[in-house]
Ligand binder design. Structure first.
Ligand code: FUB
Length: 304
């Protein structure tokens, strides 16, 4: 059945399904989507909420899906678990982001309580292994931030010159360069200050027609806002809100990618079944459109 997939993939496909609209995944609660486009495949990495009725985040592993047409999807064996990070003994599998460099896949993850880690694999489906045996970033790296949550939500973007940058944060947005090996910070950590619409979490950088777009969640319940700049490290100018509050979820953590000529806004809401909500979320996908001047039109969140 899965003969079209290369046998080098260590993690096997466990299931295929056809998208029936939003939410995309209906047999599990999924959150914090991060998409990676490679050739004709979109890899979708997500967090995994425990079933409904939770009163806090209970997230023990991350999941990976793929598609070549946004309609037919494949789910793989669990590629990474919070217990794969021995130093995160009581953490939760918070938001992450996978990027590829020189044939290796790097998964930057947040653990909720003690920092951001990085795992590596030769395959987009894993299995991924902790690359450092310790956090890549801790709260101490965030200027001993005013609260203990600052060190979550990593997003990595490789610039046109090959330089990889990592962004992260909660209430405070930080960024730094990564070394060529992708598993060490290179130089100074800096903070981005937002003059309008406060930064809450979930930074994500993408490029379009020579501009850099920094999107992020703002407020609670969250809306996704965005700012534009001419360089990866800014300055970024606030441009507006992309979406309204997503269903009955306090968060909606976005990922923005181009795939086969179309732009997609991938996020989560609390929309699945009656027991969804802020701690049992569901990944959704909608289209994203630009205006002539490069600003982004408001996202229409749909059930299609
Ligand atoms: O999923 C746990 C946390 O909720 C993420 O790290 C945040 O971005 C928010 O979605």
């Amino acid at each position: 059945v899965f003969g079209s997939f290369s046998p080098i993939f260590a993690q096997e496909a466990v299931k295929t399904f056809t998208a029936q609209g939003n939410p995309l995944i209906t047999d599990k609660y999924t959150a914090d989507p991060a998409a990676l486009v490679q050739g004709d495949t979109l890899w979708l990495y997500v967090g995994h909420d425990l079933a409904g009725g939770q009163t806090k985040y209970v997230m023990k592993d991350w999941l990976v899906y793929s598609t070549t047409d946004m309609k037919n999807w494949t789910e793989y064996q669990v590629p990474l678990k919070i217990t794969d990070f021995a130093w995160a003994t009581s953490g939760d599998a918070f938001a992450g982001h996978v990027t590829e460099k020189d044939g290796k896949y790097y998964w930057y993850i947040s653990t909720n309580w003690t920092g951001i880690g990085v795992a590596v694999s030769d395959s987009p489906t894993g299995p991924f292994k902790d690359a450092l045996g310790k956090p890549l970033l801790t709260n101490d790296d965030c200027f001993a931030s005013s609260h203990a949550w600052a060190c979550i939500d990593p997003a990595v973007h490789i610039d046109d010159d090959g330089q990889a940058w990592i962004f992260w944060g909660n209430r405070e947005c930080y960024y730094a360069k990564l070394k060529d090996n992708m598993i060490e910070i290179d130089g100074e950590i800096k903070q981005i200050k937002f003059d309008q619409l406060d930064f809450t979490e979930a930074p994500w950088v993408h490029q379009y027609k020579g501009k850099y777009y920094l999107t992020y969640a703002s407020g609670f319940p969250e809306k996704i806002a965005y700012a534009m700049g001419d360089r990866m490290d800014g300055p970024y100018e606030y441009k507006g809100i992309l979406n309204e509050i997503a269903g009955n979820s306090n968060t909606n953590h976005q990922s923005i990618v181009a795939f086969k000529g179309e732009w997609y806004f991938i996020y989560h809401n609390g929309g699945i079944q009656t027991d969804g909500g802020s701690y049992s979320r569901s990944v959704c996908i909608d289209r994203l459109f630009y205006n002539e001047d490069g600003t982004i039109k408001r996202i229409q969140m749909t059930t299609e």
